[in-house]
Design a protein around this ligand. Sequence first.
Ligand SMILES: *Cc1c(COP(=O)(O)O)cnc(C)c1O
Length: 455
Amino acid sequence: MSKIPYKIYLNESEMPTAWYNLRADMKTKPAPLLNPGTHEPMSASDLAPVFCDELIQQELDNDTRYFEIPEEILKFYKMYRPSPLVRAYCLEEKLGTPAKIYYKFEGNNTSGSHKLNSASAQAYYAKKQGLKGVTTETGAGQWGTALSMACSYFGLDCKVFMVKVSYEQKPFRREVMRTYGASVTPSPSMETKIGQKILADHPGTTGSLGCAISEAVEVATSTPGYRYVLGSVLNQVLLHQSVIGLETKAALDKYGIKPDIIIGCAGGGSNLGGLIAPFMGEKLRGEADYRIIAVEPASCPSFTRGKFAYDFADTGMVCPLAKMYTLGSNFIPAPNHAGGLRYHGMSPVLSQLYHDGYMEAVSVPQTAVFEAAEYFARVEGILPAPESSHAIRAAIDEALKCKETGEEKTIVFGLTGTGYFDMVAYEKFHDGKMEDYIPTDAELEASFATLPKVE
Ligand SMILES: *Cc1c(COP(=O)(O)O)cnc(C)c1O
């Protein structure tokens, strides 16, 4: 067969036209969201004040295998998709590994990450419902940036609560959001009741994702014509992100390539859930087998050290309870530099699959992640996001194992975004000032003790 090109692109006609719902092939379905007060499963009407109607249908549907992608979203996707699947020849050569390494690069759009795949879908459905706008939270800013782009395209108002420490430390992302017309408020703020309470209880706090979620939900549910949208964790987000995996599989199939190992970083689980979707589907149906590896920061190890239990999605405890691998909604991870991976919980879909033994997880300390990031930048050219670099770390480690054993495994990993807005983190790394914070068992136990008791 001819040499595999450096970049495998799909033609427009080969692009996926439907999202794949992995839940349809799961024997044990992810546990339902529960009402935080009554502990009863949330129905569509319970969720209606918070989320858009059509997204609620997607959220609750464990059976429909394919959801057609609306024409308007396909049009938007075509501005920056298909994303390339790159054969990392230079990296392979430099490592001296017999492994074949591919990465799916999602950083090729202005927001700089995969998050635009779901932001555009969520903005479209909000507009279709005739809403005025949406609210959300953002940590490091990737989700807020993606959502503000999608909202300006579809003509929706966008209110972003940005974790205060990022708001102050990442002025450039904030200004990108404002360029696309979003309003950006540092969280916790005095604009919401929950923000006022958090500020009274913890004066001087620099905020957290859980806290910003509570504020965004409060504004959405108390402002007519607004709903709340979330950039990860939820089933609907994994559904939209399946476009990553479907493109990857189509590109590999074009050249008859079958991966052995599929690797992705895991914050709330959306890029990984999307990347693995069609492969995991084959695995669940018994048609093929793959090793699937989630990579998380050692400072926020939901899979590798968390508990599989019902927990709050937010610090304010206003959101539904989700059954997931969690460190406890009170857990405030150390300020590591992969903001997009600093969430206490994990997608219920991936949590169930991990619990049932369909995938593995590893955690990596951040200096090892930045070593891999810099190595990759120098060899492959792309300056990776710190989040994405978790996957790079694991892919390099697997490729080095192949070097020892001589196995020619095919490794595919998700390169979720670029790191241009993360240069302060790179600076710390270069100056030798980066620390590897790892929570103690006692800290985790204290947080587990606050998990809600659900029968
Ligand atoms: C948000 C983000 C992640 C982590 O989110 P998931 O929902 O776990 O995919 C990873 N990489 C980048 C670049 C991000 O912006």
